[in-house]
Design a protein. Structure first.
Length: 143
């Protein structure tokens, strides 16, 4: 009985998220459009699902992704990015796509998180800013 109530609570939460947010997976409009016109093309290693169906105003096949969790375009790997932007007509799921040896593995954009890049001297980095060299002296309040 408790498990059924939890399941219904999760279903209700998902319904409300689809109704009122666009950044949590898909909206109701996207769900309906996908149901009507979408054909699943593939899925990436992050759980994002890619679809194709209908046509754009330019006559190209419409392509879209339903993100697993938070909608963040930086979670689309390079092979799928190329397919989404019409650089190739063959999706990575239909070919033996392998990244070139010089390509680094995909990393999501960390901006705004604790893992974001913070250069030396940033106020977000512990410690003191390095002393300026050369003919420039940094202004210090009270001097």
């Amino acid at each position: 009985m408790v498990d059924k109530a939890r399941s219904q609570g999760r279903d209700m939460k998902q319904l409300l998220l689809e109704l009122f947010t666009w950044w949590n997976g898909q909206t109701m409009g996207t769900r309906f459009f996908t149901w009507r016109k979408g054909t699943k093309v593939g899925e990436d290693q992050f759980g994002n699902i890619y679809y194709e169906g209908g046509t754009t105003t330019f006559g190209l096949p419409r392509r879209w992704v339903i993100y697993k969790g938070y909608a963040d375009a930086s979670t689309i790997p390079a092979g799928w990015h190329g397919w989404m932007h019409y650089r190739t007509d063959v999706p990575p799921s239909k070919e033996d796509y392998k990244a070139a040896e010089w390509q680094k593995p995909h990393r999501a954009n960390a901006t705004g998180t604790a893992n974001a890049y913070r250069p030396q001297g940033s106020i977000a980095v512990a410690g003191e800013r390095p002393r300026v060299t050369g003919d420039y002296d940094a202004w210090t309040p009270g001097n």
